[in-house]
Design a protein around this ligand. Structure first.
Ligand code: GLN
Length: 196
């Protein structure tokens, strides 16, 4: 079965996401999976899903607009696997006017929500739909609040929402592409009907 996925390749953890999707496709039993880099609107054609990686949401937002990708991403019909800065971009409200979010998930996000004291940390968290604890890497992570209009909260810690889903989209404030645990990638692929 051939499946084509993409990774938004403007800035941030691009190669880690390409490898993560490639490994998850193999685990899901997809023998002819392809993962491509997305830099311009034409790159989105035929994709079942894309990742929006972590990085700097201000920079990624600027480059999305510069490359003519804003409307094509808002209209994209596949699923979006959005991590960290990607989660910021998915939200409908953000505490930083420099970021023009895609507004695909009705929630408010707060950038760098853990402040200087706790810029990076790891935590075992419970995620709805995942059997055992998930070891999550948080790096200058955002949190979300006010999930509404069809946004399902998958994980919450004291500071706020760190994982959420809407339809085929999954937004995470941490970095699943940095570890070897592919359960969230698999959950995303299952939402696309791949490897159920
Ligand atoms: N703090 C970054 C932002 O808000 C996100 C950090 C990350 O993606 N690791 O853009």
């Amino acid at each position: 079965m051939g499946v084509k996925l993409g990774v938004l390749a403007l800035q941030g953890n691009v190669s880690e996401h390409v490898r993560g999707f490639e490994r998850a496709l193999v685990e899901a039993g997809v023998s002819h999976g392809v993962v491509v880099s997305v830099r311009r609107p034409a790159d989105l054609s035929d994709l079942s899903g894309i990742a929006i990686p972590g990085g700097e949401s201000t920079t990624i937002s600027r480059l999305i607009q510069k490359n003519g990708l804003y409307d094509p991403l808002v209209r994209f019909e596949g699923g979006i696997f959005a991590t960290c800065a990607g989660m910021v971009l998915m939200a409908s409200r953000v505490d930083d006017a420099r970021v023009k979010t895609l507004g695909l998930m009705d929630m408010s996000v707060f950038r760098n929500a853990f402040g200087r004291q706790k810029e990076s940390f790891e935590a075992d968290i419970q995620i709805k739909g995942i059997d055992h604890a998930y070891h999550a890497f948080f790096i200058r992570a955002p949190v979300a609040t006010d999930a509404g209009n069809g946004v399902e909260v998958l994980a919450r810690i004291d500071a706020g929402i760190v994982a959420a889903r809407k339809g085929q989209h999954i937004a995470l404030s941490f970095h699943p592409e940095l570890g070897t645990d592919l359960r969230l990638h698999r959950m995303f692929l299952e939402g696309l009907g791949i490897g159920e």
